[in-house]
Design a binder for this molecule. Sequence first.
Ligand code: AP5
Length: 221
Amino acid sequence: MTGLNLILLGPPGAGKGTQAARLRDELGVTYLATGDLLRRHRAEDTALGRRAARYMTAGRLVPDRLVISMLLDALGSASPHGFLLDGFPRTTTQAEALEAALDTASLRLTAVLLIDAPDDVIVERISGRLTCPQGHVFHRQSDPPARAGICDHDGERLVTRDDDRPDTVRSRLEVYHAETEPLVAYYKTRGLLRTFDGTQPPGDVLAAIRTALGLEPARHR
Ligand code: AP5
């Protein structure tokens, strides 16, 4: 299947990264997760990484102008098979910038995949999350790695993100409801929104997304 231009939308911890890991290779699309891109800048101690760090650690959004230029630069070399954006756009300003850039490139969004979950589920989930530097995601109880502390996919050491402390998660949820949730109406109005129940098991969420995208059912998880 070619030419899928997709956005993953939803609160922190709803399972966007979990679903992206299951979809991106099969679709052959360019996967761009702004959180991962920003964490890479921080690990490499770039000027952008240093500016982003204090916002991320506090659970606030990195300023639009920094994130928009980073994302649009990366999108410029996207695969002809399309793209999967995770964590962008997160404000109406970012959505409008993306729309303008896609118009200029004569591209259209295929769908916006909203994975939703209530705040109490999210706080519980994020407190058990383990991630590797390549963005693979596990959970201490519900999805543990085969070897404790080691990523099943690339053997890298698993860590707890510095913005996964309960007080920071609560700030991230407040920011989501105030600044990102308005995008639900923004994309609904444009007829692009597809909503999925993020409280269901990951395989069931994936099956629902596959159906919405008209993909064959998966043979295994
Ligand atoms: P980012 O990295 O994008 O974080 P986020 O959106 O807050 O999302 P998460 O990565 O926390 O959650 P997820 O939905 O991917 O859930 P996951 O699959 O891991 O952003 C981090 C920061 O960067 C922001 O706070 C901001 O500062 C900055 N930033 C990024 N983009 C920006 C932008 N556009 N503008 C401005 N600033 C920006 O799953 C969570 C856990 O639950 C895992 O342990 C997983 O195993 C488990 N799980 C997943 N699905 C299920 C399920 N169905 N059932 C049970 N458990 C599940």
